[in-house]
Ligand binder design. Structure first.
Ligand code: GAL
Length: 688
């Protein structure tokens, strides 16, 4: 073992390795700052300059080895850790801790040569070859075994290295390839189905195979949902999505088991991609110690901060409120969109603080030094092709300096009074074909509801229908098309117990097998909502309708109208035209100690704001004075102290009212009564 000095690692047992020792900011004593570092792309003399510059920029953490499989294992079973030892030692000697990656996101050419069957196959039967990255099928045992072998070798080799702060497993599971249709995948799907259903009778019943004569009489007849002549069976499609999601999680669990066995005190993460469609992040986050996210908002979009905030709130929520890590962001631009705009002065800083405001304990970049060649050579890192005499470097070093002085924020939490329900199973089921209107999509609708709350400075958690909702005054259920019995009961009990629920149309329609819940829509919620949806009236083409509110306003409605028959609910707004003219567009029903609101259409932006305002009012939730589309207000707290973040995304200075007095952390100035924040700038006010 190497004589490393200053190892303050926790004792190596499962109890001692509790969640706080497995924190995002482990070993840093403050906020994490750094980025992906790919030293294998550079001669060793460059490493010396790298660590010198890292010190200058206050970098305290880098992720290394993410795409280094061939460099670590150039031949099957032959490991070369020499270069990695040297670089990890060098980083440690310079005060930089390491997120050590398991390099399994890009299998070596030798593995593909030995086992071409690890290559992924699309639904159309096309094999995707090696030559970029992520060219593996998650079900290929040849891949899984090779991955486990290198993970074990890496963990054994670095188990006692004091620089090891966090395991970074693989990279962006299911990025590029969400599912694989090869023969090994087909076999794995059948095994998964057999485990889930036990018998073919149970599968046939769950998939309602009497429809269109789809009865299966042998497991061998069951296929993945390949491209088909007409609509596929939605129950079959949903199980395929569940299976594919679980396969990526299983790849993670393979590695996590090895890492936990060998390095029980070292936390484990894998980096997420915000609202990524092909993995149930609730399930994957539950297996992680630290949630981490990669965020590449397109900052030329005037509402980019809303999208980025939403992803941050998701990360905090799936980690049950624990501090998380912004694992990757761009210092300037990405390269993978058709058009990639640069972050204008101050925008990278604002985005970084936004993550921290929303619960991150660190900010990292892709990547430290810009590659000279290869697929991402135009994606600028902190150290650019021309060196460090540029705006990006100046902004990055200034940010590193600031964050180093903000260590008091680490470990504090964000508390939200509102939860938006977000469930991957529902997302998958909702977005299968054959549902009257392809415009019913989950993300745009979630986003418009979230945006309305963002603009009034109301912080949002995401939750699942079955989550413990007791701490929330308001729960929003956008298009909760699929809900299982336990989730439906939980929501009803939430309302009965005093909660306020805002549910939107196309909710409560199917169970977890994607079978319609009979007895009138939305069957499980009719009682709490005090209504019945008698008929759907989807809009054709560019058709709209109007909605008139009880307080005399009018908003445009898009996409859809439910023809609602109230049974106890009051109408807060009604449709202004068509055969359902005068029937409710928004209802409210007092039920038990709580209230349930139902939105029967999709109002325009102002209408959504009004609806959300009514729901907040019912729930007793107040807006944050000063908040708007461009002025973001969020709070973190450690139970004793509270920090109010005010992020000004606009080009004008803003004045935000303050309750009481406090200290603005970045300037160190005492503030009272109100706070002035310069354009594209922020303030963090600490109050006791
Ligand atoms: C991420 C990925 C990185 C890098 C980055 C920039 O999605 O994890 O490896 O590719 O994007 O494009």
């Amino acid at each position: 073992m190497k004589p490393w000095i200053g190892d303050n690692r926790m004792p190596l047992n499962e109890d001692a390795a509790n969640s706080s020792s497995r924190a995002a900011s482990r070993g840093v004593g403050g906020l994490v700052y750094g980025g992906d570092y790919n030293p294998e792309q550079w001669p060793e003399e460059v490493w010396l300059e790298d660590v010198r510059l890292m010190r200058e920029a206050n970098v305290n953490r880098v992720s290394i080895g993410i795409f280094s499989w061939t460099k670590i294992e150039p031949q099957p079973g032959q490991f070369d850790f020499g270069w990695l030892d040297r670089v990890v030692d060098l980083l440690h000697a310079n005060g930089v801790a390491v997120n050590l990656a398991t390099p399994t996101a890009s299998p070596p050419a030798w593995l593909v040569e030995l086992h071409p069957e690890i290559l992924p196959v699309t639904g159309h039967g096309v094999t995707l070859r090696a030559g970029s990255r992520r060219h593996y099928c998650p079900h290929a045992p040849q891949y899984r075994d090779a991955a486990k072998r290198i993970v074990r070798a890496l963990a054994v080799h670095f188990r006692d290295h004091p620089a090891l702060a966090l395991w970074h497993v693989d990279n962006e599971y299911s990025c590029h390839i969400g599912e694989c249709f090869c023969d090994q995948s087909k076999a794995a799907f059948r095994v998964w189905l057999e485990r889930r259903y036990g018998t073919l009778d149970a599968l046939n019943a769950a998939w309602a195979t009497t429809v269109w004569s789809q009865l299966y009489t042998s497991w061998q007849q069951v296929e993945p949902p390949h491209p088909l002549p007409a609509f596929g069976n939605p129950s079959h499609q949903l199980d395929w999505r569940r299976f594919s999601s679980q396969s990526w999680i299983d790849c993670f669990l393979d590695q996590k088991a090895i890492l936990r066995e060998i390095t029980p005190a070292v936390p484990v993460t894998t980096n997420f991609m915000g609202f990524h469609p092909t993995i149930d992040y609730w399930a994957l986050a539950a297996a992680e110690d630290v949630v981490s996210n990669d965020a590449y908002p397109e900052t030329s979009d005037p509402d980019w901060a809303i999208d980025a905030a939403m992803a941050s709130d998701l990360m905090r929520s799936i980690g049950e409120g624990r501090p998380w890590l912004l694992m990757e962001q761009a210092v300037a631009y990405a390269t993978w969109r058709d058009q990639n705009s640069t972050k204008r002065p101050g925008v990278m800083r604002l985005g970084s603080y936004q993550s921290i405001a929303r619960g991150a304990d660190g900010v990292m970049f892709f990547q430290w030094r810009t590659s000279q060649a290869g697929a991402e050579m135009h994606m600028i890192g902190l150290v650019s092709h021309g060196g460090i005499d540029n705006r990006q470097w100046r902004e990055a070093t200034a940010l590193g300096g600031e964050l180093a002085r903000l260590s008091e924020l680490a470990g504090s939490r964000v508390k939200a009074k509102v939860a938006i329900l977000f469930d991957w199973t529902n997302w998958w089921a909702l977005e299968t074909e054959g549902k009257l209107d392809a415009a019913i999509r989950l993300m745009p609708h979630v986003r418009e509801l979230y945006a309305a709350l963002f603009r009034i400075g109301v912080t949002v958690d995401f939750a699942q229908p079955g989550s413990n909702l007791a701490g929330y005054s308001l729960v929003v259920a956008p298009h909760l098309y699929l809900v299982d019995d336990a989730g439906a009961d939980n929501l009803c009990r939430y309302v009965e117990g005093g909660g306020t629920l805002l549910m939107s149309f196309f909710s409560g329609l199917v169970d977890d097998k994607v079978h319609i819940r009979l007895g009138g829509y939305p069957a499980p919620f009719r009682e709490i909502l005090g209504l019945r949806v008698e008929e759907f009236a989807p809009f054709a083409g560019s058709m709209t309708n109007g909605m008139r509110t009880e307080d005399g306003r009018r908003f445009e409605c898009r996409t859809w109208a439910d023809v609602v028959r109230v049974d106890g609910a009051e109408a807060l707004a009604t449709f202004e035209a068509d055969f359902y003219k005068g029937l409710p567009a928004l209802t409210r029903h007092r039920y038990g100690k709580g209230s349930a609101l139902y939105l029967a259409t999709r109002p325009d932006e102002a209408g959504v704001a009004w609806v959300v305002g009514r729901a907040c009012e019912t729930a007793g939730i107040a807006a944050s004075p000063g908040a708007s589309s461009a002025v973001e207000i969020v709070r973190r707290s450690d139970g004793v102290r509270s920090w109010m973040f005010v992020l000004n995304h606009s080009d004008e200075a803003v004045e935000v009212p303050l309750e009481g007095s406090g200290v603005e952390l970045i300037s160190g100035q005492a503030v009272e009564g109100s706070l002035r924040v310069a354009p594209v700038d922020l303030a963090i006010v600490r109050t006791q």
